[in-house]
Design a protein. Structure first.
Length: 191
């Protein structure tokens, strides 16, 4: 590819079904943005506790070519994700809104072998195998799943007590009426 050659830039559609087949092998760059609701990304939908209006992810994507010493220019894909989903708080077992704001950078490679040979110590970008029918929607879904916290929790001090475990039927606290086991010893000492 000639360094001075200006590549056409293709605008990606925001429609989720059009993201399932993107030709990253073509000599062009891509740009796009859109919103994916939780129902558009079914593996994420399996993880959420409830779906609230407005839950989902804004995504933006841009590809460009960077010079690579000793080889042809490499295509770089930059992906941004920002959104919210609801998970079960592991402290109080109630719904917990989780906000995600992620930026990812990928280098597009031509084969699985090339991806396997990519240096692991490069933490700034990961290899992705480009194809003529690349499923960008699946990649976005993968990145959302990887960004979900392993143990979702409300911020410290924001958890509501779980009424069926800690409270009575009216939701109030149940008083601890057990007697202190050391009171018996205290009484023995007095006698």
């Amino acid at each position: 590819m000639n360094r001075n050659q200006v590549l056409p830039q293709v605008q990606l559609s925001a429609d989720p079904s059009s993201l399932k087949r993107v030709d990253f092998c073509a000599p062009q760059s891509y740009k796009g943005a859109g919103f994916l609701s939780i129902s558009d990304i079914p593996r994420v939908a399996e993880e959420v506790s409830t779906v609230v209006s407005g839950d989902g992810f804004n995504w933006d994507l841009e590809t460009h070519f960077e010079d690579s010493p000793g080889s042809d220019p490499r295509q770089i894909l930059e992906l941004g994700l920002k959104g919210r989903l609801h998970l079960v708080c592991q402290r109080c077992l109630q719904d917990c809104a989780v906000d995600l704001d992620e930026k990812r950078r990928f280098i597009l490679v031509t084969s699985e072998l090339e991806a396997d040979d990519y240096p692991l110590e490069d933490e700034e970008q990961e290899p992705l195998v480009a194809s003529q029918q690349f499923n960008l929607l699946e990649t976005i879904e993968d990145e959302v799943l990887l960004s979900i916290p392993l143990i979702p929790k409300h911020p410290e001090g924001f958890c509501e007590p779980h009424a069926s475990v800690f409270g009575g039927e009216d939701g109030g606290e149940v008083e601890d009426k057990r007697e202190n086991p050391f009171n018996i010893l205290k009484n023995m000492k007095k006698n």
